[in-house]
Design a binder for this molecule. Structure first.
Ligand SMILES: Nc1ncnc2c1ncn2[C@@H]1O[C@H](COP(=O)(O)OP(=O)(O)OP(=O)(O)O)[C@@H](O)[C@H]1O
Length: 621
């Protein structure tokens, strides 16, 4: 009983519904029509649940997904007619064809972002239809393919298909639930929320999208194979219809895009509405009208979908009491053991580097970046040595953040080279740089606001191994490590809060924990102190120092000069897109060039009011 109580309510309800659906044909066996309506509902739910992987989790809208149903049907139909093998045994081949085509299309289209994908998916659906009409030797053109009748007795009516589609639906939902639990699933949501940020934390966005697209095609392809046997006839118009795709989209939007059960609930609503429209509305045209109306209602009144809307309403009526914990409280309870353990892990990764302190870790050589007529970074050079906390300071607009973007791969330089640990990285993709141990935080935090704090921290991928990609992000080693990193920054008690609900300063700390998940060798911190209160700032500097002692190198952009002078050595000063001075903090604060360009008179020594001192560059020469 206790174990049953631990199961989330949604899973319990889903389990009960499944039991009801399993016994329905047994207690009500002589009803072929409702059985047919239900099995078509299962078929739509399989498609919606699959579509949800690429379009719900990853946010890439495919408007041609019914193509995979047609591809599955044709694969099975063509092979069955030629070989005489029963179509049911061939159904998995429908899934394989769908995956192969999805990988081929995805490899080209998913390298882009945005609307191109939507349009090309529609084009592919129409192309598949044209192919089926014109390659008559293969597909029998518009005449279609007629398959053998099911081998079982007519007395069984639709019951075998009912159970086949129900079984496929259960597999699809279990697969979707498993995917969402993995780091792959978390990565897909990260792509949906902020693709650039996802890439910077080691998510190979291209590979993730292609795999998601293929995963979203497999069960639809299998379903297509079974469907062809159910219909015993396939033709181009019926198999590659845009209305099929629209129905999938409508079902998922109605139930709740990005949720596990939303697409299933939506599929049944749409299926029943469509059936009611056909029966009571005088034919299949009224079905189209009904879908159009339903789409308008969903978009206007339940844009998040039915399940998330009901969930939101329920949470408002039954709010979960959260103990109020300000940051001081959270820090007070620091879990020393977990904290020490996590630090030890970081040290283990960087131990070898710590020994080799002083070597050049990052080498920026003559890099430039222009935005139209503005040269934001102008032939800039900079080195960061292993084991240092190097500061990069300079006036607003001097190109510091742009340089960070060039180093981490958010932007490509117009000229120059960037080397990290002896390897040239300026042509690498952002996630490859992340896998080398290059992490960053942002001036304005870029957490994934719809995820919990823990999901945010668990999301980064320190390498490109498939095993890491499909490791469990909810429990197990990765989740435990994320919790330990949250303890390091004193936010362990906030693990299950939505990231968007945290204060700005707390979000900065979560972003630091997130970057630590990459097991970085070098962390670029973009204004870590901005908007952070003094007690949090104390914690932040303490964490930076501890990490640095354990071997992590830092490059810090910061306007809080006392903090820079206390924490960093050396200090590099930027002005107009290039370095104008570099040296230890004590020298930099008195450098007349720096005083003129950035620090101003407040920092000018009392005995040098006219600014006659020697510049750092001159002193070095
Ligand atoms: N994507 C962009 N498109 C056009 N101009 C840009 C872009 N990004 C930065 N700039 C311009 O490049 C210059 C350098 O900006 P950048 O953000 O790198 O400066 P910064 O030193 O980080 O400033 P701050 O200290 O205020 O954060 C600015 O003039 C800015 O307007």
């Amino acid at each position: 009983m206790k174990a049953l109580r631990a199961v989330p309510r949604a899973h319990l309800i889903a389990g009960l519904c499944l039991v009801a659906l399993l016994v329905y044909p047994i207690i009500n066996p002589w009803q072929p029509y409702p059985q047919a309506v239900m099995l078509l509902g299962f078929l739509l739910a399989v498609q919606a649940s699959s579509w949800n992987i690429i379009s719900g989790y990853a946010g890439y809208i495919s408007l041609g997904h019914s193509m995979f149903l047609g591809l599955g049907s044709y694969t099975v139909g063509i092979i069955a007619v030629r070989s005489g093998i029963n179509p049911l045994w061939l159904a998995p081949l429908g899934g394989v064809t769908a995956v192969v085509i999805a990988v081929l299309i995805g490899s080209v289209v998913l390298r882009t972002r945005g609307h191109a994908f939507v349009i090309i998916t529609i084009a592919m659906l129409l192309a598949a239809q044209i192919f089926a009409v014109n390659f008559k030797g293969f597909t029998q053109g518009s005449d279609g393919i007629t398959l053998e009748l099911p081998f079982w007795s007519r007395d069984f009516q639709n019951i075998p298909f009912y159970y086949l589609f129900l079984g496929l639906l259960v597999l699809t939902v279990l697969f979707s639930a498993w995917l969402r639990r993995t780091k792959f699933g978390t990565g897909l949501v990260a792509i949906r929320e902020d693709e650039g940020k996802a890439a910077s934390i080691g998510v190979n966005t291209t590979r993730f999208k292609i795999v998601a697209y293929a995963a979203s095609a497999f069960f639809i392809g299998v379903a297509g194979g079974i469907y062809s046997y159910y219909l015993t006839f396939i033709n181009p118009i019926g198999s590659f219809t845009i209305l099929g795709s629209v129905t999938i989209v409508l079902a998922t939007l109605a139930g709740g895009r990005g949720t596990l059960y939303g697409p299933v609930v939506g599929a049944f609503i749409v299926q029943l509405l469509g059936e009611a429209a056909t029966v009571y509305g005088g034919g299949s045209q009224s079905r189209v009208l009904m879908f159009g109306l339903a789409l308008m209602i969903v978009v206007l009144f339940v844009p998040r979908g039915l399940l998330p809307t009901i969930q939101g309403w329920w949470r408002r009526r039954h709010p979960v009491q959260v103990e109020y914990t300000d940051q001081a409280g959270a820090l007070g309870r620091g879990l020393v053991t977990a904290h020490d353990r996590a630090l030890a892990e970081v040290s283990a990764v960087n131990a070898a580097d710590a020994v080799a302190q002083g070597e050049i870790l990052l080498d920026v050589r003559g890099v430039s970046k222009r935005f139209g007529g503005l040269t934001a970074v102008d032939d800039a050079s900079l080195t960061v040595r292993k084991g240092s906390i190097t500061a990069l300071i300079g006036p607003n607009g001097s190109g510091k953040t742009t340089l960070f973007n060039l180093i981490t791969g958010g932007m490509a330089p117009d000229s120059g080279e960037i080397w990290f640990e002896g390897r040239r990285i300026d042509t690498m993709r952002p996630w490859e740089r992340g896998h080398l141990g290059l992490g960053r935080t942002y001036q304005v935090t870029r957490l994934f606001k719809d995820m919990t704090v823990q999901q945010n921290v668990v999301a980064p991928l320190p390498n490109s191994r498939w095993r890491t990609m499909f490791s469990d992000s909810v429990s197990g080693h990765e989740a435990a490590r994320a919790r330990e990193l949250l303890d390091i920054v004193g936010l362990g008690s906030f693990a299950n809060q939505p990231a968007g609900a945290l204060s700005y300063g707390q979000q900065k700390l979560v972003e630091l924990a997130q970057v630590l998940m990459l097991q970085p060798k070098l962390i670029l911190l973009d204004e870590p102190a901005g908007g952070v209160n003094p007690s949090l700032l104390g914690r932040l500097t303490e964490v930076i120092r501890e990490l640095n002692r354990s071997g992590v190198t830092f490059l810090v952009v910061e306007h809080n000069i006392p903090l820079v002078l206390e924490l960093c050595d050396p200090v590099v000063v930027f002005s107009r897109g290039a370095s104008i001075a570099e040296g230890p903090p004590g020298t930099i604060r008195e450098d007349p060039v720096v005083l003129d360009a950035y620090l101003g008179d407040d920092w000018r020594p009392a005995d040098d009011p006219a600014g006659q001192g020697t510049s750092t560059r001159e002193a070095v020469q």
